[in-house]
Write a protein that binds this ligand. Structure first.
Ligand SMILES: Cc1ncc(COP(=O)(O)O)c(C=O)c1O
Length: 466
């Protein structure tokens, strides 16, 4: 097998051609002996709820663009972009160089006191790329930087509370907005919420995703519902709608066209804020820079993370000037900040990643490849019993299987064939495909054939007489 160092893509990046994706090459069983040994060591030292160890995972050793190598030297194709993060590819040399250069100069600054220079540049860049809507005019926007996606959602919840004086939020069934306590209150799944329910403010009201009529019923005060743990919600108590333009962890669910625009109209009529959680969908994932751009919607607040820096932890709550005006001017003590706010190396990585995505037109690429993949999967899996639905937007695609057992078995089978992919959806029945946006067409089509082969096998096996 070729050594990781022989990966030719570093040269190809500097000559501007897209990197190639190498086919899987496996030199041990999956997981191999080294991964299994690491799993045993990990089991002794990590909280037992963090990494699922049965079956043992593969332990990642290195990655480049859409390929990764595990601790046993097996080479895989990554169909996850590691939770939708590595949009420009893993360890893109320009991103790595930007981090190294910044780290040698200034690795950590005083984000909200004596800030690093690079923070200003990133904030200016975020203001430039904010969705422009039908008017195609750049609104004046500001941001709060932070480290994780959940942090960005916390910033949005607090900003909305200050701007509207109301703490109620309308969110959607299937929503995932993070697991910190404020964000968790807006996350749908009860397995995440139940152990901590007594600590949740229960200020979120959930309605079916994609159902504009349900939102209107709440707006008209006709649906006070059950709320999220207390008796219903008064529309006058709602300050904001929090929505993923495409649900990611909820199972790659794409709402009907016009949904976001409809939410914008309702928010305008009710004086509610529209918060778009584009932590998953941002930076080209769905075939536009932001999924809001598909419907030319300008949200009041926009949460981003994941693909912002293609691998470094950084997130932001970006939003309209007039909304951020609700925060008092800092006179020495920020009301909402973090030690690592505006982390210099993460800001430098974000700027490099945004440059690459622009230069390589990755949003456009995601649109074309997504379309091709969707068509391919639909034709390969047409009439296959183990499959219920194939859907997605850009390179955010899902294959809904007839049961979670089928999708989980398929993800294991794919790993053994050299492809990393994850189940998503409430009970894990959706096979999710969110590869780096630089993955080659050939690798993606090979992955589709491999997935189809497995799902067709399952259907035939289930149909065979006992
Ligand atoms: C839409 C969305 N919002 C928020 C989050 C939370 O981000 P993080 O895990 O970085 O806190 C996620 C994570 O998957 C997400 O998909």
């Amino acid at each position: 097998m070729s050594s990781p160092q022989s990966h030719v893509t570093r040269e190809s990046a500097s000559t501007e051609s897209l990197p190639e994706t190498l086919a899987p090459e496996l030199c041990s069983e999956i997981p191999g002996p080294e991964s299994r040994a690491l799993a045993v060591r990990l089991a002794r030292v990590e909280s037992q709820n963090v990494t699922a160890l049965d079956p043992a995972p593969i332990f990642w050793e290195r990655a480049a663009f859409a390929n990764l190598w595990d601790a046993d030297g097996n080479r895989f194709v990554d169909l996850t972009a590691a939770f939708g993060v590595s949009n420009v590819g893993h360890a893109h040399p320009e991103v790595a160089r930007a981090i190294a250069t910044q780290a040698e100069r200034l690795l950590h600054g005083m984000g909200d006191v004596h800030p690093p220079r690079v923070k200003v540049k990133l904030l200016e860049r975020l203001a430039e790329i904010y969705p422009k809507g039908v008017a195609n005019a750049s609104p004046n926007v500001r941001s709060i930087l932070s480290s994780s996606g959940s942090d960005a959602v916390e910033s949005a919840i607090k900003t909305a509370m200050l701007a509207t004086g109301r703490s109620g939020i309308l969110a959607f069934e299937g929503a995932y907005h993070g697991l910190s306590l404020g964000a968790l209150d807006c996350t749908w799944r009860s397995d995440f919420r139940d152990p901590f329910r007594s600590r949740l403010p229960a200020e979120t009201h959930f309605v079916p995703y994609g159902d504009l009529e349900a939102v209107m019923r709440v707006a008209r005060g006709e649906d006070m519902g059950e709320g999220a743990g207390k008796g219903g919600i008064d529309p006058e108590a709602i300050g904001a709608i929090l929505v993923e333009p495409v649900q990611g962890r909820g199972g790659e669910r794409v709402p009907p066209q016009g949904f976001l625009r409809g939410l914008r109209t309702i928010c305008d009529e009710k004086g509610w804020l529209l918060i778009a959680d584009e932590i998953y969908t941002g930076f080209g994932r769905t075939g536009a820079v932001f999924a809001c751009d598909h419907e030319q919607v300008v949200p009041d607040l926009l949460c981003v993370g994941k693909g912002l820096a293609s691998g470094m932890p950084i997130s932001a709550c970006i939003g309209l000037d007039e909304v951020f005006a609700a925060w008092p001017r800092s006179e020495g003590e920020a009301l909402h900040t973090q030690t690592f706010l505006g982390h210099p190396a993460s800001c430098a990585a974000a700027l490099a990643s945004l440059d690459i995505a622009d230069r390589w037109q990755l949003a456009e690429r995601s649109k074309k490849l997504g379309h091709l993949t969707l068509e391919t999967l639909r034709s390969l899996l047409n009439g296959v019993e183990s499959v219920r639905d194939i859907r997605g937007l850009g390179l955010m695609l899902g294959i809904e299987c007839a049961s979670p057992e089928i999708s989980i078995a398929a993800s294991h089978a794919m790993l053994s064939a050299g492809y990393v992919l994850l189940p998503s959806g409430e009970d894990g029945r959706v096979l999710s495909l969110t590869p780096p946006l630089v993955i080659s067409e050939e690798a993606l089509l090979s992955a589709c054939r491999e997935i189809a082969r497995h799902l067709i096998d399952v259907s035939q096996h289930n149909r065979a007489p006992a």
